[in-house]
Design a protein around this ligand. Structure first.
Ligand SMILES: [Zn+2]
Length: 303
């Protein structure tokens, strides 16, 4: 821990130093070499500059790829194993720049695909029909079915149920299904027994966990405690569905501890806007943060 803090410090020092070096303009007294055009004036850089997000594929590990539109939107993953590829979630949009979600997956692998949704929120299941079949928990299947009935849209793919403790057999490895419902009643985590990757959907997210309230925080805390007590030793890293790339498994403990403080009424409160782009205008919500964990929470209405 000490070492990583130190290296983080050294790394930030080095990057500050590099920025300082690169950013140096020629000294005022320097003469322009003859016959060369004058250097263009350095372009003012908007501190809030952001390139338009693109649906991009990133190689995270030798066997793990992320497909994400920006980083705070949904991050879906493709785990390429010896025999098959596991697709975890299928994005918010069905296509980007004329390419379907399945085309992005096929640009990574041509192995047979097994699609799993971490939960049924729309930003995780948009591409499902392109794969013909998707595996979800029973509550998530209910949610998709209810939403389709409400919207009067047909479900054009097969939904296969998963339950807590199921093992998805990919050939050279098994993926354990762990029910962790709180943010969504159908949430599951997926633990790759070979590598220790733990896919957590929206239940552990390095930016924030949203949608918490007095009832859900109890569930979230129980889930974090269960992950910590039963699975911590098997996990190598957390693979989250929003706000960036995989992070350390310590986030399980950060959330477990923060949840406990929220329940006890002792959690540190920070402004709602002091976090990823979420409901900045919504003053009815509270943000708690400690260490690297942040929870967006709706307090009970006072009478
Ligand atoms: Zn969600």
């Amino acid at each position: 821990m000490k070492k990583s803090v130190l290296s983080l410090f050294v790394a930030s020092f080095i990057s500050v130093a590099v920025v300082a070096l690169v950013g140096q303009s020629p000294s005022a007294g320097q003469a322009q070499p003859a016959g060369q055009p004058a250097a263009a004036a350095p372009q003012a850089r908007n501190p809030l500059y952001a390139a338009p997000p693109r649906l991009a594929v990133r190689e995270i590990q030798d066997d793990l790829f992320q497909i994400a539109f920006g980083l705070d939107s949904t991050c879906m993953y493709v785990l390429v194993t010896r025999d098959k590829a596991l697709v975890v979630d299928t994005q918010t949009m069905t296509e980007f720049e004329g390419k379907k979600i399945i085309d992005y997956v096929k640009s990574i692998t041509d192995k047979p695909l097994v699609v799993v949704n971490t939960h049924a929120h729309r930003d995780h299941i948009a591409g499902n029909p392109q794969f013909g079949e998707a595996h979800l928990s029973a509550p998530a299947i209910e949610e998709v079915t209810a939403a389709a009935a409400r919207d009067k849209t047909p479900i054009t793919y097969t939904m296969k149920p998963l339950k807590d403790g199921d093992l998805i057999d990919l050939g050279d490895r098994k993926i354990e299904v762990i029910a962790i419902p709180a943010h969504s009643p159908g949430s599951i985590a997926l633990l790759d027994h070979k590598t220790g990757y733990l896919f957590t959907g929206d239940e552990i997210d390095p930016g924030q966990v949203v949608g918490m309230n007095p009832e859900k925080i109890q569930k979230h805390h129980a889930n974090m405690k269960m992950l910590y007590e039963k699975h911590y030793g098997k996990v190598s890293m957390i693979v989250p569905a929003h706000n960036g790339a995989p992070v350390t498994k310590r986030y399980i403990k950060y959330f477990m501890d923060l949840d406990a403080k929220i329940i006890a009424g002792t959690a540190p409160e920070v402004p709602i806007a002091d976090g990823p782009n979420y409901d900045r205008w919504n003053t009815t919500m509270t943000r708690y943060r400690e260490h690297f964990a942040s929870v967006v929470y709706t307090k009970p209405q006072s009478k």
